[in-house]
Design a protein around this ligand. Structure first.
Ligand code: BGC
Length: 431
C-alpha cells in the first residue's frame, strides 16, 4: 500500500511502445505499409505484454512507487463493438501486480494508438469518435475502476494540433537540419519528416487499400480545429463516465508542454504558442482533478519565430536541447492558470550516457521540489521511460529508458539511473 500522502515517483510507458504485437491498431498497419513513414516496425517491442511482472518487480526493488502505463483500446475492442474479456483481464493482472509490489498504477486510456477500425470510420476528425471512446471507457472502468485512483483519459491531447501548427515550419527546419545536423525539438515525439514527405503520394493509395480512406486521421496526424474539438469532447465524455462509475478516481488528461521562452521582441509569438499549446484547453480541463504535465525541453522564440537550439548547447539523441530546468518553468506557468493537482506524467531524456540521464533527473526533480516548497500542488514525477522502447517513427533508435533491453533475448539490464531515481523517491518521502 502506498500511504496517501506519498509523493509519487515512478516511470511511464505506453502499451504500443513496450508490449509488442499490437496487431489490431492503426500504428501496426502503418508500420507494415510498403510506403511506411516508420524506420522499423514495433514487432515484439520489449515484450512487456509477457514480462510486465518482471518489469514491475524491477521498479519496486529500485524503490519507485508509481507506474504509468496505458490500456490498449485496440486490444480491448479489436473489432467495432467486440470486446475482449481476456485482454481486459490482462490489464487487471498488470494493475494487481503493481499493487502487490507497492506501486500506484496510473492508467492512460489512450496513448496515441487507436483500433484500426476507428480510423476506417474517420478517426480523430469524425464526430462519432467521442461516443466510441466513451463506450470503450465505460467497458474498462466498469471492470477495473475499483482498482484505480488515477486515470489519464488521453495522452498529450494537444499533440495533433501541435503537429498541424508546426508542420510547415518543421519542413523548413528539416531542410536546415539536413544542412546543419541540428533541430529545435519543437515536437516532443519521434518523427521522420524527410521520409514522410517522400512517401506521401504512394502512401495515399496504399492507405485507401488498407483503411478504406485516403487520409488516415490517427491521433497524431495533423489535426484541424474541428479535430481538436473532437478530442476535447472525447475527454469530457470519458470523464463523465469515470465520475459516474467510480467517483473516487482522480481524472485528467495530459499535455505536451514546452518551456516557451520569449526573447526580446518575441513576446507576442511566445504568447500565441502558449495559447495554442495550453491556454485554449483551460475551459475543457477546468473541472478535471489533475493535469498531466509532459515536458522534455525548452523553446526559444523571438520576433521571427522559433529559434534553433543554441550552437553551444548539449543536445539529446532526439536533437532536443539538454535543458532540465524546463520542467520547473512549465509547472510554475501552468500553476498560475490551472488550479487542480499537477502530476508530472512524463519528463525524460534520450541518451546513451546514463550519467547525463541522472544529471537530467536530479536537476528536473530539484525544480519540482522548489515548486512544492512554494506551495504548488505537484504530486508526481514520472520519468519517461521505464525501458528503452519503440519511439514511434524513429523505431528503437532512441534510448530513453531507466532499463536497457536486449531485444534479441529481451533481457533487462537496469541502468544506474533506475536505482538513483528509487533513492530519490525514498528521500522525498522520508521528509
Ligand atoms: C509521448 C511518448 C514519447 C515521448 C518521447 C511523448 O510525446 O507521450 O509516447 O515516446 O514523448 O518522445
Amino acid at each position: 500500500m502506498i500511504p496517501k500522502q506519498s509523493f509519487l515517483i515512478g516511470a511511464a510507458t505506453a502499451a504500443h511502445q513496450v508490449e509488442g504485437n499490437n496487431i489490431h491498431s492503426d500504428y501496426w498497419t502503418q508500420e507494415h505499409m510498403v510506403h511506411t513513414d516508420f524506420l522499423e516496425p514495433s514487432g515484439d517491442a520489449v515484450d512487456h505484454y509477457n514480462r510486465y511482472a518482471e518489469d514491475i518487480r524491477l521498479m519496486a526493488e529500485a524503490g519507485l512507487n508509481a507506474y504509468r502505463f496505458s490500456i490498449e483500446w485496440a486490444r480491448i475492442e479489436p473489432e467495432e463493438g467486440v470486446f475482449d474479456e481476456t485482454e481486459l483481464s490482462h490489464y487487471k493482472d498488470v494493475i494487481l501486480t503493481c499493487k502487490e509490489n507497492g506501486i500506484e498504477p496510473i492508467v492512460t486510456l489512450l496513448h496515441f494508438t487507436s483500433p484500426k477500425w476507428l480510423i476506417s470510420k474517420g478517426g480523430w476528425e469524425s464526430d462519432e469518435t467521442p461516443e466510441y471512446f466513451a463506450r470503450y471507457t465505460r467497458y474498462v472502468i466498469e471492470r477495473l475502476g475499483r482498482e484505480l485512483h488515477y486515470v489519464c483519459t488521453i495522452n498529450e491531447a494537444n499533440m495533433g494540433i501541435q503537429v498541424a501548427a508546426i508542420a510547415k515550419r518543421y519542413m523548413q527546419q528539416m531542410m536546415a537540419k539536413m544542412q546543419s545536423g541540428k533541430s529545435d525539438g519543437t515536437v516532443q515525439m519521434g518523427l521522420n519528416l524527410e521520409k514522410m514527405m517522400a512517401n506521401q503520394q504512394a502512401a495515399e493509395q496504399e492507405r485507401m487499400e488498407l483503411f478504406g480512406v485516403t487520409k488516415t486521421e490517427c491521433f497524431t496526424s495533423p489535426r484541424t480545429p474541428h479535430g481538436d474539438e473532437i478530442v476535447i469532447e472525447a475527454h469530457k465524455a470519458a470523464r463523465t463516465i469515470i465520475k459516474e462509475l467510480a467517483p473516487h478516481i482522480q481524472v485528467g488528461l495530459t499535455l505536451s508542454l514546452h518551456d516557451i521562452q520569449a526573447l526580446p521582441g518575441g513576446e507576442e509569438n511566445a504568447a500565441k504558442e502558449w495559447a495554442e499549446e495550453f491556454t485554449h484547453y483551460l475551459p475543457a480541463i477546468k473541472d478535471d482533478d489533475f493535469l498531466g504535465i509532459q515536458n522534455y525541453t525548452r523553446t526559444r522564440i523571438d520576433a521571427s519565430g522559433i529559434l534553433p537550439v543554441p550552437e553551444s548547447a548539449e543536445v539529446t539523441q532526439m536533437d532536443y536541447e539538454f535543458y532540465p530546468q524546463a520542467l520547473e518553468h512549465v509547472i510554475r506557468k501552468v500553476a498560475k492558470e490551472f488550479k487542480g493537482t499537477l502530476l508530472v506524467t512524463e519528463n525524460g531524456i534520450a541518451t546513451a550516457d546514463d550519467s547525463r540521464r541522472v544529471a537530467f533527473i536530479e536537476a528536473a526533480l530539484s525544480g519540482v521540489q522548489a515548486c512544492i516548497s512554494d506551495g504548488i500542488p505537484v504530486k508526481s514525477y514520472l520519468y519517461w521511460s521505464l525501458m528503452d522502447n519503440f519511439e514511434w517513427q524513429k523505431g528503437y533508435s532512441m534510448t530513453f529508458g531507466l532499463i536497457a533491453v536486449d531485444r534479441t533475448t529481451q533481457k533487462r539490464t537496469p541502468k544506474p539511473s533506475l536505482s538513483i531515481l528509487g533513492n530519490l523517491c525514498r528521500n522525498m518521502n522520508q521528509k
